[in-house]
Design a protein around this ligand. Structure first.
Ligand SMILES: [Mg+2]
Length: 248
């Protein structure tokens, strides 16, 4: 059984777009021939499953948030069944520290939500997000809240003064600050996925479009053999050359 692991944006799909028909067909052919296919991305579960799952129609593995989460996808009667295998979560202590720092920030800068406090400060287990006006505040108001990210950069300094660089904190979306555990990258995600399936790194092959030292696929090179692709049409050409999967 060969295991193929691929980056999503600009490798399997055009950036943030659904997978192309030819690519979906080619991946389905390889899965039917005995390969297993995993997709790893920094994006959320919803984002990558929307891009891939409706078109694939064959079992596959989704590794969103750089593999901090693992969801197995099977189909029953043509309908996808999602089975979450794991999801990295903050400990109760870490959660308390982060929420405490965000509450102090909200008080210090008098950040008022247009919706509710729960909508402004979302605890998603492995990611805690502050949305300035609330996640479901009107779009036009959100776009005007901090268009150049200046406020949020100042707020990140405030948070770093309290918590150092214990967590990964960054500006995300139109109005949010995302906080996730430190040290999560594609090397972590691939290692954990292989372990969960009792696979050796030598049994897997990775495809990505950004394998250079500054690229977000670079960490994969520390774990498995990698092939750099220029874009999805280049990957498609390579996959079409595999009869029933590459030689491990
Ligand atoms: Mg990419």
């Amino acid at each position: 059984m060969h295991t193929l692991i691929a980056d999503v944006d600009d490798t399997v799909c055009p950036s943030t777009q659904p997978i192309g028909k030819d690519m979906a067909k080619e991946i389905a052919r390889l899965v039917d021939a005995g390969c297993s296919f995993a997709f790893i991305s920094g994006s959320s579960f919803k984002q990558i499953s929307d891009q891939l799952t409706p078109s694939l129609g064959v079992p596959h593995h989704l590794l969103p948030v750089s593999g901090a989460q693992y969801v197995k996808v099977d189909y029953e009667g043509g309908k996808p069944i999602f089975k979450e295998q794991y999801k990295l979560e903050f400990s109760a202590e870490e959660r308390k520290e982060i929420l405490g720092a965000l509450e102090a920030l909200i008080a210090a800068y008098d950040i008022k939500p247009l919706t509710s406090r729960e909508d402004q400060l979302q605890d998603r287990g492995g990611q805690i997000t502050l949305s300035i006006l609330g996640r479901s505040a009107p779009d036009d108001k959100k776009r005007a809240a901090d268009p150049d990210g200046k406020k949020r950069r100042e707020w990140l300094d405030f948070l770093r003064k309290r918590m150092g660089d214990k967590y990964s904190m960054r500006i995300g979306g139109t109005t949010s600050i995302d906080i996730t555990p430190q040290g999560i990258d594609k090397a972590y995600g691939i290692r954990r996925f292989l372990e969960a399936n009792s696979l050796k790194p030598s049994q897997a092959l990775f495809f990505g479009d950004k394998l250079g030292p500054d690229g977000n696929d670079f960490p994969a090179t520390k774990v498995v053999d990698c092939i750099e692709v220029k874009d999805p049409s280049h990957l498609l050409e390579i996959l079409q050359r595999f009869k029933s999967g590459p030689k491990a």
